[in-house]
Write a protein that binds this ligand. Structure first.
Ligand code: DGL
Length: 280
C-alpha cells in the first residue's frame, strides 16, 4: 500500500512544469511536492519518440527513488510520447492530455479548437485524438510552436517582449484563420507566456492551461485512490534540476512572482535507469 503522506512527484523537461506546480499548490495546499526539471536536456519536443521515452523513464525513476506517491508528467511532450512506458509505473501516473482535452471540449461553443504544443506533441496527435474521442464533430487545428520553449527557458516572457510577440504572430496565424474559439496551451511552458498569446489571439478566445487543468485532475485521482494527505504536516517543496540551479531559480522566480519556496539542487539524471521497472 502507498503511504498518503508521501510527496507528489512532478517532472518536465525544464521550467514548464512549474505551471502545474503553481496550480497544484492552490488546489492541494497540504501536499508536498518533489519537482524535477531536466534543464540540462531541454527541449524534449524536438527529439525522437525513443529519446523522449528514455528521458522520461529516467526522470520518473529519479522521482520514484525520492519516494513519491504519484507521478505527474507536467509536460505535453512526455504525456504524448511516453504514455505506454509510464503506465508501467508502480504509483498512479497522471498526464496532461486527459483533463486538458475535456476542459477544451467543455469550453468550445463553435466546435473549433486550436492546439499549440511542441513538434513531438503535434506529430503524435494526442490532443486531437483525446478531443475527438469525446466529440467526433469537433474540428481541431494543431500547430507546433517549438521556439516558445526556448523563449521561456531564456526568460523572454514579458507581455510586451517584441521577439516573443513576433514569433507568436507567425505561429498562431493558421489557428486564427481556423476561427477557433478555444485554444489549448498544450505545452506546459506556454502558460508562462499566456499574456503574449492572449494579445495575439484576442480577448474572445478561451485559453486552456494544461497545467491548471491537470492540477485539478491530480486532486481527483488522489482522492479516488485514497492518497490525499490528511495529516496536519506543512507542505514541503523540493526542486531538482539537471543543470545550473541559478538560472532555474531566476526564471522560476519571475514566473512564480516571488522567491522559490524550497531548495533547488542539481542532480546527474544520466545515472538513472532508462526503462520503467527494468534493471538497466
Ligand atoms: N514543457 C514541455 C511540454 O509540455 C516540453 C517542452 C520541450 O521540452 O520541448 O511539451
Amino acid at each position: 500500500m502507498i503511504n498518503s503522506n508521501l510527496p507528489i512527484g512532478v517532472f518536465d523537461s525544464g521550467l514548464g512544469g512549474l505551471t502545474a506546480v503553481k496550480e497544484l499548490k492552490k488546489v492541494l495546499p497540504n501536499e508536498s511536492i518533489v519537482y524535477f526539471g531536466d534543464t540540462g536536456r531541454v527541449p524534449y519536443g524536438t527529439r525522437s519518440k525513443s529519446t523522449i521515452i528514455r528521458y522520461a523513464s529516467q526522470d520518473a525513476n529519479f522521482l520514484l527513488e525520492k519516494g513519491v506517491k504519484a507521478i505527474v508528467a507536467a509536460c505535453g511532450t512526455v504525456s504524448s510520447s511516453a504514455k505506454e512506458e509510464l503506465k508501467k509505473l508502480p504509483v498512479p501516473y497522471i498526464d496532461v492530455i486527459t483533463a486538458t482535452a475535456l476542459a477544451a471540449v467543455n469550453a468550445t461553443q463553435n466546435k473549433k479548437i486550436g492546439v499549440i504544443g511542441t513538434g513531438a506533441t503535434v506529430k503524435s496527435g494526442s490532443f486531437s485524438k483525446a478531443i475527438n474521442a469525446i466529440d467526433s464533430e469537433i474540428e481541431v487545428t494543431a500547430t507546433a510552436c517549438p521556439l516558445f520553449v526556448s523563449l521561456v527557458e531564456n526568460g523572454f516572457i514579458e507581455e510586451d517582449n517584441e521577439v516573443t510577440l513576433l514569433v507568436a504572430k507567425k505561429y498562431l496565424k493558421d489557428i486564427i484563420e481556423a476561427d477557433v474559439d478555444t485554444l489549448i496551451l498544450g505545452c506546459t511552458h506556454f502558460p508562462i507566456i499566456a499574456p503574449v498569446i492572449r494579445k495575439v489571439m484576442g480577448e474572445k478566445v478561451k485559453l486552456i492551461d494544461s497545467g491548471k487543468e491537470t492540477a485539478r485532475y491530480v486532486k481527483e485521482i488522489l482522492s479516488a485512490e485514497a492518497l490525499l494527505n490528511n495529516s496536519e504536516s506543512t507542505a514541503i517543496y523540493n526542486y531538482f534540476v539537471s543543470d545550473d540551479t541559478e538560472n532555474f531559480k531566476n526564471i522560476a522566480e519571475i514566473f512564480l512572482q516571488g522567491d522559490i519556496d524550497g531548495e533547488v539542487e542539481r542532480i546527474d539524471i544520466g545515472k538513472y535507469k532508462r526503462n520503467i521497472g527494468d534493471e538497466n
